[in-house]
Design a binder for this molecule. Structure first.
Ligand code: PPS
Length: 570
């Protein structure tokens, strides 16, 4: 007689799940599959962990139409934004309803199966109009992103989740809704106020959150979104380190930090409704909302896209539907004569109010200036200082551009020697010739290949800059657009100093160390820059250097003076 092992009901359900995972994995060998992008992975995670409850999968056509027409699912539940799986035409045409589609992450790891119920081609313009209020990408960055990243076909159906997407960083903070529910009940938190953020938080935020929580008699779920960074966002690791310090500033057992992979659409009031539904599913009873929440231009000084206050008005209309209480956020300012923060609408005439904008904060960090204690917490500032080292500790790229013979390589060699002598940062020389021999050996001098060559140089230089080194690049780089792309890429990590070596063609031709001009004039070489191929001079370089009547050391001195003036070297 064999004795069957006894398991608890929980262990039994886990066992059933694992068996199902194993059987799907072996069946799925024959399924068509799709690798998800970043936004889609965020949506999938919230579907699988039930933060998008009552959705059971990516929307079917009926659900989609109903959400666009009525802002509700077919059963009447409020739902503001379509959550759809967009795929290429090629994949859509190979699928049929009733089939299963394997859903994988970017590395091909299978996360879920979608049981296909509908395949259709949506009118993306109409969707943008309904969800965002415009179909014009020039007016709304959320619409621009929507058109850029949405593939033309949608596939809808229920999802069977096998694994949540893998996160190797901060696993202790990646709480699922079932985990937050458990934590809240273990701590006896009957009322919890959710706070959605993507920004850096300082003293004013603490006062604002604390005041809202006290008025509601609630504990706090600090719930930053870490799904999709926007360009210009502070890097995610620094932000999370700052949040970890920030929560230490609250009374004990009052706040919990959890990261959520919520892909923001910046769809204004509809976005805020979705945020509130998600927080309700994470167990929040209250939700904090600012006047401009969900707006693509909130807190960046530009005019808002949606009317100020509309996020709060729309949520107030639907709190009954969602089952959450809205707590309007009141902006706090520091009043110097009282040495305390008060709500901006309580400021009396004559009070001296102090604020530091995010641009000013960045400047102070970059220039190693004081950040006062009334503004932020020393521990948060210390984390920020690691992310924004002062210029003399940042990496930078010197990008020398100009005709062959303009003096780029010679100046680059002098700079290299001087930086090595200073020996405070690692230095790398990416001279045109060296790059052509190694990184770009298969490229010609066609426009397309020259542009690719510059983008490769830019990528390597950006990695060097990011890691605090000095990159000296010395290609001809005859076109403005790739130079601009390289500038933008590198400026995200450190300094970019474009030096136009503007030595006239006649002088370069006289030097003709490599004999290319003579060959070009004799018709033996085609497409030589300056002779029968264009050189577009930079419109706004940091420096212009003409080496016609200047020694290499004098030219290097010009560069050093600039670097010192800008604080890159001391
Ligand atoms: S580019 O346009 O930035 O990709 O060019 P770069 O990689 O800097 O390569 C320039 C060097 O290649 C030699 N060379 C030519 N230059 C210009 N036009 C043509 N058609 C050409 N063919 C070969 C030239 O010697 C350049 O070296 P430098 O050091 O600039 O004199």
């Amino acid at each position: 007689m064999t004795v069957k092992p006894q398991f608890s009901p929980y262990a039994e359900s886990l066992l059933v799940h694992f068996r199902r995972v194993e059987s799907i994995k072996s069946e799925s060998v024959s399924y068509p599959s799709v690798d998800l992008g970043v936004r889609q992975l965020c949506d999938l995670e919230l579907l699988v962990n039930r933060a998008f409850y009552p959705l059971q999968g990516f929307m079917t056509r009926d659900e989609y139409e109903s959400v666009l027409e009525h802002m509700r699912l077919p059963d009447g539940a409020l739902w503001p934004i379509p959550i759809c799986l967009d795929v290429t035409e090629k994949l859509a045409s190979s699928l049929a309803t009733g089939e299963s589609l394997a859903i994988r992450d970017g590395e091909g790891f299978m996360l879920a199966v979608l049981h296909v119920e509908d395949i259709w081609q949506p009118d993306l313009g109409r969707e943008a109009e309904v969800v965002y209020g415009t179909r014009d990408p020039a007016r709304h960055p959320g619409v621009r992103a929507f058109f850029e990243e949405t593939k033309p076909w949608y596939v809808g159906g229920k999802i069977e989740g096998l694994h949540l997407p893998q996160h190797y960083d901060f696993p202790e903070l990646r709480l699922t809704p079932s985990e937050t529910h458990r934590i809240f009940s273990q701590n006896g938190w009957r009322k919890v106020i959710g706070f959605h953020t993507r920004d850096n938080l300082h003293c004013a935020h603490k006062e604002m959150i604390l005041r809202a929580a006290r008025e509601a008699g609630a504990s706090i779920l600090l719930h930053p979104v870490v799904g999709r960074p926007r360009s210009g966002d502070l890097d995610y690791f620094t932000l999370v380190h700052c949040y970890k310090q920030f929560v230490q500033k609250f009374p004990r057992n009052m706040i919990r930090l959890g990261l959520t992979p919520f892909a923001e659409r910046f769809a204004g009031p509809r976005e805020v409704l979705l945020q509130a539904i998600v927080r309700k599913n994470f167990g929040c009873t209250h939700y904090m909302v600012s006047e401009d929440q969900g707006d693509p231009f909130a807190a960046n000084g530009q005019d808002l896209f949606y009317p100020r206050g509309s996020a709060q008005e729309v949520l107030a209309e639907h709190v009954g539907d969602i089952g959450i209480t809205m707590v309007p956020i009141r902006r706090m300012v520091y009043v110097e004569d009282k040495s305390q923060y008060i709500a901006v609408d309580e400021v009396q005439p004559g009070m001296s109010v102090k604020e530091i904008s995010s641009v000013e904060l960045r400047r102070r960090l970059m220039e190693d200036l004081e950040i006062p204690d009334w503004y932020s917490f020393p521990e948060v500032v210390a984390e920020l200082r690691k992310a924004y080292p002062p210029r003399h500790r940042q990496g930078f790229t010197i990008f020398l551009t100009g005709l062959s013979g303009a003096g780029k390589s010679t100046l680059a060699k002098v700079l290299l020697a001087k930086f090595m002598e200073m020996s405070d940062r690692p230095v790398t020389l990416l001279d045109g010739d060296i790059v052509r021999k190694n990184l770009s050996s298969e490229l010609s001098f066609s426009r397309e290949h020259r542009e690719l060559n510059i983008r490769r140089i830019g990528f390597v230089a950006s990695e060097i800059t990011k890691n605090g080194g000095i990159a000296i690049c010395a290609p001809i780089a005859p076109y403005e657009e790739p130079r601009q792309i390289v500038r933008e890429l590198i400026q995200g990590y450190g300094g970019f100093i474009e030096v136009h070596m503007c030595t006239p063609l006649s002088v370069c031709e006289m030097r003709d160390r490599k004999g290319i001009y003579a060959k070009a004039r004799a018709g033996l070489m085609k497409g030589v820059t300056g002779v029968d191929d264009p050189y577009i001079a930079p419109s706004n370089p940091e420096l212009r250097i003409d080496t016609s009547e200047m020694t290499p050391t004098e030219a290097a001195q010009e560069v050093f003076l600039y670097l010192e003036e800008q604080g890159y070297i001391r």
